[in-house]
Design a protein around this ligand. Sequence first.
Ligand SMILES: [Zn+2]
Length: 224
Amino acid sequence: MTRRQYTQHGLTVPYIAAWSGESLLSPPIERRTGKAGPFLAYVDESPYDRDEYGALWVRQALARGRGRAKFATAHALRQRQAAARLLCQVCGTDTLMTSPDRQLFVLKDTGQPVTEGEWTTAPPVCLPCAQVSVRDCPHLRLGHVAAWVSQPQVIGVAGILYDPKTLRRVPLPRNRATTKITYDDPRIRWILAARLVTALHEVTPVELDELAAVPPADRPPGHP
Ligand SMILES: [Zn+2]
């Protein structure tokens, strides 16, 4: 599927980037009790508020292209779609169409290559968008690492954890914005999810400069 591509100040706005018109909502929450015990819920919860594994998701307005693009912030639903369906986080196309056996992941450089089993909230990128991502993404501009990943596996969510007794947010360490929790962790009942977390398996680190040497004739149509 071809999705509309937006630019802002000459930079490509990633498909998953949030826009200023896409505000986060804060509906009232409550503690409910089900067959397996208590859990966090919205007072006016609808079936769309949970994913297929039962995690409660943050509500965020959908208005892609409205206002100003926030390059450093992903939209919760588009990140979730891209991570679950392996859509390119920059252009939104299905990476399985052009690369069914492995996906390209580009991550912020933290001083080591992409490691086997590493967790990330970054969805993959398609090959033509890899160079765009390291040029235009504020997380990657200062340094990146890349890898082909044959077995990317969604394992849980990143979000804000709530205290089951007080229903207050559990404070985070200063350098972290979210808590990452796997679906088999009992605390999944008390998190308000904002991102899917993917574990990267069968990892082959790669230099993007080498990929850039792929001749244009080998690239899929519709890409620069
Ligand atoms: Zn792309």
